[in-house]
Design a protein around this ligand. Structure first.
Ligand code: SIN
Length: 195
C-alpha cells in the first residue's frame, strides 16, 4: 500500500452520498481541531484500543526518523474513547490530506455518552501500511517519542496534548498514561506541565 493514502481514500468515497458524516477522532483529531464541524461530542468505539504503533513521516517525525503516533488495534472487549465531530462531507478532502501518511477512512459505529449510536468514519492505519512501526514496550515507545520531531512539532507534544485531552474527557487509557509517565521520567520531570 502506498504511504500516501489520499487517492485510496478519495476512491473509497465512504458515505459520499451523505451531506453530513460523523467522524470519530481518537488521536490528534481530539485536540487539534483545524477543520470545520457542525457539532462535537464525546464518543467511544467498541472492540478497539488506541496504540502508538503508527509511524509519522510527515507530522511528528520524518522519513529518516519517523515519529510514533496512534492508530487503532482490534481488541475484543476493549473500548476506545474519543471525540466525535459531525462534519460536512466536503471536509474529508482536508482530512485526507492531514491523515495521508497511512490512514484509511473506515466505517465505524460509535456510541455517545447518552447511549445513542451513529455510524460514521474513523481514520485507521493498519499493519500493512508502509509507515507502520508496530508493537514495542511502553518504555521503548517513550524513548522513541523523545527522539522525534517533525513539521507539526515534537512527538512529545503530540503525546502530551493527547494525554491532557483524554484526562479532560475523563478517559482512563493505561497505554497512553504509561508512556506519558515514562517520558516524564526520561525528561526528569515529576510534575505535569503544559506542552
Ligand atoms: C485520529 O486522531 O483520530 C487519527 C490519528 C491522528 O491524526 O492522530
Amino acid at each position: 500500500m502506498s504511504v500516501n493514502t489520499i487517492e485510496e481514500n478519495r476512491s473509497r468515497n465512504l458515505f459520499g452520498d451523505q451531506d453530513e458524516v460523523w467522524l470519530f477522532g481518537y488521536g490528534s483529531l481530539i485536540y487539534l481541531v483545524d477543520f470545520p464541524y457542525l457539532e462535537s461530542k464525546p464518543a467511544s468505539i467498541d472492540g478497539w484500543s488506541r496504540r502508538f504503533w503508527q509511524g509519522s513521516h510527515d507530522h511528528r517525525g520524518t522519513v529518516e526518523n519517523p515519529g510514533r503516533v496512534v492508530t487503532l488495534i482490534e481488541e475484543p472487549g476493549a473500548v476506545c474513547g474519543g471525540m466525535a465531530f459531525r462534519v460536512e462531507a466536503s471536509v474529508f478532502a482536508q482530512l485526507d490530506e492531514r491523515e495521508k501518511n497511512g490512514y484509511l477512512r473506515v466505517a465505524t459505529e460509535m456510541t455517545f455518552a447518552d447511549g445513542s449510536t451513529a455510524t460514521g468514519v474513523t481514520y485507521l492505519a493498519s499493519a500493512d501500511n508502509e509507515a507502520y512501526l508496530g508493537e514495542a514496550s511502553e518504555y521503548e515507545i517513550a524513548q522513541h517519542i523523545c527522539r522525534c520531531t517533525g513539521p507539526s512539532g515534537s512527538n512529545w507534544d503530540y503525546l502530551l496534548e493527547l494525554a491532557i485531552a483524554l484526562r479532560e474527557l475523563g478517559e482512563q487509557d493505561d497505554h497512553i498514561f504509561a508512556i506519558e509517565t515514562h517520558i516524564r521520567e526520561i525528561q526528569g520531570q515529576t510534575k505535569p506541565t503544559s506542552p
